[in-house]
Design a protein around this ligand. Sequence first.
Ligand SMILES: [Zn+2]
Length: 274
Amino acid sequence: MFYIDPHIHMVSRITDDYVRMSRAGCVAVSEPAFWAGFDRGSGEAFDSYFRQLIEFEPKRAAQFGIHHMCWLCINAKEAEDVPLAREVIAMIPEYLDRPGVLGIGEIGLNKNTKNEATIFLEQVDLAVKTDELILVHTPHLEDKYKGTRMILDMLTGDARVKPRRVLIDHVEEHTIGPALDAGFWVGMTLYPTTKCTPDRAVDMIERFGSDRIMANSAGDWGVSNPMNTPDFIRTMRTRGFDNATVHKVAYENPLRFFMQAKRFNFAPPIPVRA
Ligand SMILES: [Zn+2]
């Protein structure tokens, strides 16, 4: 069965991960811009990072039959340096004509600070003005509920934001309902330690249905596992979901969300209706 990993940080993964993902049926990934494990000190560092996402990773992925798309932003962890964050935001428009750039993300909150909220709102404004999709990172553990509430309030408080063009990622049992109710897409992140397991993700499909929902591994430099997405597919099957529903969640849903992007440049092996 073909699948998409809609949120994975391949710049921090070895090439063998592409091999394993390809063997498991992965045909496309989307890679949000995020923290790189250390704070970058200059705009040039982000310039190199964006070029790595746009120019280098698609070539590395293509060797294994995987189509690579990406998102651009300054992430919440580095938003405390407001002047640098604004320098990076000012750089983003020059990359917004490049193929495979799906939109602005992953923006959001980390520790729910004032500076994080300021930079989040400035990037929402950029996305609205440039008609870009938005991918949102919600905070972890004890900061998650409050941070997600703050994010949803900021997004729904801006009448220009169209919820069907926004993905709220890293949802869990206590945050998925409000995000879906407000009309947003949601992503469930399958992490070995924090966030969600394949079984908990399948529980959420049972409770909340299979519309506007997708699952990802968010594989990065920390303790994470790209194989969690195929494990989630296997768990859906063993829990009794039919092939059509598994295909919808693991393949069609991410594509339906991404197809709204102006520079969506993937010809999927199995076509999907918009
Ligand atoms: Zn991420």
